[in-house]
Ligand binder design. Structure first.
Ligand code: SF4
Length: 448
């Protein structure tokens, strides 16, 4: 008999559908011989189906597949219906995460396979070959309502999921990157692309022409986004205003955009204000900002945005070394980053600061470490702020690679990047009770 899957959460909900995101209703699947062979876990924001010891499928509240975990490999279905495979490399002492986007044919095979499994469960449920029980009861209201989920999920065949991908591409220009704590955001594109788009190392918006949407266009976009997510929006935690720097929009227009967002989404006025509700609630509005345009906003401007539920802005500082910023063709200085962070913090907003690890290769490593440490220690980062260290991912066809080769700059190996990261971290001075969260930011892991 297959082993019972361990229950990790102590907060198993017993009764009607869970109102709190973290609670769940757990149902067990028994076959005709009364052997346990799976479970169905229903949470406020998602559903998961475990079969045996090596298969777990998760779905949003519309019944669309989110992930399939099959024999230690995770397959993530993106909103535009691509499939990304993630797995651990057993050859390394440390578990390295490997990531690969599947070819269309392989992606279809994975999605079809997942559908066949849920079809099988549904069919057996219909024929009474397997039973769903909640607290040992098969006929209870919870078991009956849970039994409706497999039917809902089976409606999503490959063609219908592909249709969702097309719909996503009609609503959005490619969502190419988010800060890691925003991967579960609802992205709203108030702008498209990056207004600068010339940093040599950055390819995120290379093929998107920068533009600011009109208010009408933005309102239509918001409605289309809400329709697209449907009940699946329950899985989303926050609102991210895209793209690269939506806060570049002139303040008067930006305020109208924020007001529109607040009309359409219920946003908690404080992070501590946790409401249990049937309606989805969001933790706040978040956005990227650049130091070379951010200084156009005053403390008063940021306060107006905070009053409209802006919570944190993310700044790609990259390095504290001005000489290196110039080499990267990023038109900002460490001083501008310092001024922007001070302005944002005076408005009582949080910041996320992103530093590249390994950028500038061997040539810049000394100045990058010393001047980045100096910059970070001057920013007065504290609780609520996030400091991201992002290992440099060098594309061989980038302008950055070409300039580095011309200048004879040797890129750092992975181990040297780790040494650089340790050197920067060891120079940081934060007080024990008031320090930012520090995390790695591997852009290859981004999936939306
Ligand atoms: S790093 Fe930021 S400012 Fe530079 S091109 Fe990329 S998105 Fe634009």
């Amino acid at each position: 008999m297959p082993k019972k899957r361990p229950v990790r959460s102590a907060a198993i909900f017993r009764g009607s559908l869970p109102r709190n995101r973290n609670k769940r209703m757990l149902l067990e699947l028994y076959n005709e011989d009364r052997q346990l062979f799976g479970s169905l876990s229903i949470k406020k924001d998602s559903i998961s189906l475990g079969l045996g010891d090596s298969e777990v499928y998760s779905y949003d509240c519309e019944g669309r597949l989110l992930t399939a975990w099959l024999s230690n490999q995770t397959f993530v279905r993106t909103l535009d219906n691509r499939v990304i495979k993630k797995w651990r490399d057993p050859l390394h002492g440390k578990a390295w995460k490997l990531i690969q986007e599947l070819e269309a044919e392989e992606a279809k095979r994975v999605l079809d396979q997942a559908r066949i499994r849920i079809d099988g469960v549904y069919e057996q449920l219909q024929r009474g070959k397997i039973r769903l029980t909640c607290n040992g009861e098969t006929e209870g209201d919870s078991a009956r309502r849970a039994g409706e989920w497999p039917a809902k999920i089976t409606q999503w065949d490959y063609a219908r999921l592909e249709g969702q991908g097309e719909r996503f591409r009609a609503i959005y220009t490619p969502v190419t990157i988010l800060p890691p704590d925003q991967y579960l955001a609802v992205v709203l594109q108030a702008t498209e692309g990056c207004h600068w788009n010339r940093c040599t190392f950055c390819h995120f918006y290379r093929h998107t022409r920068f533009r600011i949407k009109s208010h009408k266009e933005f309102s239509d976009h918001v409605r289309a986004v809400k329709d697209f997510f449907g009940e699946g929006i329950r899985l989303r935690r926050s609102i991210f205003l895209g793209d690269a720097n939506a806060l570049v929009i002139p303040q008067n227009r930006l305020l109208k955009i924020f007001e529109r967002v607040n009309q359409e989404f219920r946003i908690l006025s404080s992070r501590r204000n946790r409401v249990v509700s049937d309606n989805p609630v969001f933790t706040g509005i978040y956005s990227f900002i650049d130091a070379f345009t951010g200084d156009r906003k005053s403390v008063a401007d940021f306060r107006e945005l905070k009053a409209r539920n802006l919570r944190r802005v993310y700044i790609g500082a990259e390095t504290g070394c001005d000489r290196l910023l110039k080499f990267l063709n990023k038109p900002a200085t460490a001083g501008q980053v310092r001024d922007l962070v001070a302005t944002v913090k005076q408005a009582d907003l949080s910041v996320g600061v992103i530093i590249l690890i390994g950028v500038g290769g061997e040539e810049y490593t000394e100045s990058h470490v010393a001047e980045t440490v100096a910059l970070l220690n001057s920013l007065k980062l504290g609780r609520g702020d996030i400091l991201y260290f992002s290992p440099m991912v060098e594309s061989p066809v980038s302008e950055y690679a070409r300039r580095s080769a011309d200048a004879g700059i040797r890129p750092l190996a992975d181990q040297e990047k780790e040494t650089q990261l340790r050197a920067i971290r060891s120079g940081l001075q934060f007080t024990a009770n008031d320090k930012p969260k520090i995390a790695l930011y591997d852009i290859r892991e981004f999936v939306y």
